[in-house]
Write a protein that binds this ligand. Sequence first.
Ligand code: NCD
Length: 333
Amino acid sequence: MQATLGFERPKHILSASQFNRAFLDYMYELINQIRKFDKTKDGLMYLQSLLPHRRAMLYFTQPSTRTFMSFQAACSILGIKPSEIRDTATSSERKGESIDDSLRTFASYVDLIVMRAPVAGLSDRIATLLDATPRPVPIINAGSGPDEHPTQALLDIYTLQRSFKSASGIEGKTICMVGDLKRGRTIRSLSRLLANYPRTQLIFCSPPEFKIADDLRQFLSSRDVSFEETTNFTAAIEAADAIYMTRVQDEYDQAGATKVDTRAYCLKQEHLPLLRRDSVIMHPLPRRDELDPAIDHDPRAKYWRQERNGMWTRVALITILMGVDSHIVLPTL
Ligand code: NCD
């Protein structure tokens, strides 16, 4: 099946860079099909019959509400029984066990590991480690420090594609990302996925202290993605087909760091008339004051849908990793 669809079945989900356009198009159709099963009890019972013989570990040692809960819900939708660790104080890491040994232990008991940790690159290292053991299991990176958040980017792509369904898709659109672009892993992963859509323009709008990192700049140049960096929030709002707001990632502040003034990068009700009628407003959440709750009623606000799309996206990704996506009937692409 994969050969004809134009992508290799992924063994793990570690980075947004691993996905091509064929995968993204396939995932979009798969999620739409999965959502149809949600409409009836029989449909949901069918989904639950796909993986009741499988177990998963949710290893989240950084705070999480949406990602954790949506993975938990995705497991339950597919009949998977998840175990969880949310604090190393309750595991043998507290007794001095290495992270590597802890994760190898999980692999002895479960068939899938979803992990979020403050360390960049940890999920890649664990995937390599487990691949060399007799019991390798798929790893999903659910957030690796300030580096990557590939499943968030995949659900963001799904949301963008749905939003631009009747406007010829994501290609050629102007996507504006705002906030702490230096340490925000969501924008780093999303920018990488957007490189798969020709003629897309990226606008990175932030205070000078929070500009995108060099490695992302180089990646985008190497993929010929057109992008602009600006401090002009008003101009960015006016140009955007989608505006993607993010919060300050101050959990990564060094001791004694001075607070960056981000007051000029907050989307408020007074900005709404500047935004195009068919634009969309997104945010990975949680939000602070960069996104005024008064905007929630605006039809262009898509962040609550984005949050729910996260659950369906994660269902789709698990079916692909566990090899049961072919049990969900797909229309011919
Ligand atoms: C994001 C994250 O954890 O990177 N949240 C999420 O997963 N939806 C964004 C954030 O915390 O700012």
